[in-house]
Design a protein around this ligand. Structure first.
Ligand code: NAP
Length: 248
């Protein structure tokens, strides 16, 4: 039920943080990995190859949606048609709403929402034609909550939750599962500013029932589940992996 042997997983932003851990977990379950992003994922490549899986890096700046058809065709030719897509790449900008700039709005919305949608469309066409596929979006606690000082991030992650449900409605009957993982607070580059702010860091920790921040490897199980036959009847779900944050 959790075997990904012979599957190809396309993972965005796999060079670091959560994307790296997800790529490693999928490779551990048997999938070959195609990493899409702007930074060379040397450590991820080494870990995937050590797990005995093949690895391909396709360079792309996901601020723009150009070249998505080429990403899919290179994946198909060089590794195999993508059976699994993980829309993980994401960015964040912090400023008070009254001062929030259009540049900070566009940058975050382009990477987190627009590119995630159009890459899913490009990959999804083949999945629909083959009658099988697994799309995993990386949502956030701010898919459910408002957050503070992160207007474009909250809009993008609320949007990704909506798109996850819309795509599930359109594609569930075509054999394609579209779901999301909503990570709580994890120690990665994305949360460095929060962790460096003593008050915010202490307040966040105090609210996490598990009593600790997440480690990227904590996401691996949910990613393998949503990529594997075990989740074949799961559609449009946004699964929190948050140490209990939302239960509070
Ligand atoms: P991270 O360490 O900052 O990783 C973000 C990834 O996205 C990196 O690979 C980064 O590449 C890539 N990326 C950003 N902008 C890009 C662009 N324009 N083109 C291509 N790639 C780009 O943060 P993370 O925490 O692992 O974040 C992964 C995902 O989890 C994001 O969607 C984030 O919103 C989400 N998330 C994180 C947390 C958390 O607590 N950490 C919580 C909820 C959701 P570079 O290394 O080249 O910048």
């Amino acid at each position: 039920m959790f075997d990904l042997s012979g599957k190809t997983a396309l993972v965005t932003g796999a060079n670091t943080g959560l994307g790296q851990a997800i790529a490693q977990a999928l490779a551990g379950a048997g999938a070959d990995i195609v990493a899409v992003g702007r930074s060379a994922p040397a450590d991820t490549e080494a870990a995937v190859r050590a797990a005995g899986r093949s690895f391909l890096f396709l360079e792309a700046d996901l601020t723009s949606q150009a070249g998505f058809a080429e990403i899919v065709s290179r994946c198909e030719k060089e590794v195999g048609a993508p059976d699994i897509l993980v829309n993980n790449a994401g960015t964040i900008r912090r400023a008070d709403a009254v001062d929030f700039s259009e540049a900070d709005w566009d940058e975050v919305m382009n990477v987190n929402l627009k590119s995630a949608f159009f890459l899913t469309q490009a990959v999804g066409r083949g999945m629909i034609a083959r009658g099988a596929g697994k799309v995993i979006n990386i949502a956030s606690m701010l898919s459910f909550q408002g957050g503070i000082r992160v207007a474009s991030y909250t809009a993008s992650k609320s949007g990704i939750a909506g798109l996850t449900k819309l795509l599930a409605n359109e594609w569930a009957g075509k054999g394609v599962n579209v779901n999301a993982i909503a990570p709580g607070y994890f120690s990665t580059n994305n949360t460095e500013a929060l962790r460096n702010d003593e008050t915010r860091s202490r307040d966040i920790l105090a609210r996490i029932p598990a009593g600790r921040w997440g480690k990227p490897s904590d996401l691996g199980g949910a990613a393998v589940f949503l990529a594997a036959p075990a989740s074949d009847y799961v559609h449009g779900a946004i699964i929190p992996v948050d140490g209990g944050w939302l239960a509070r």
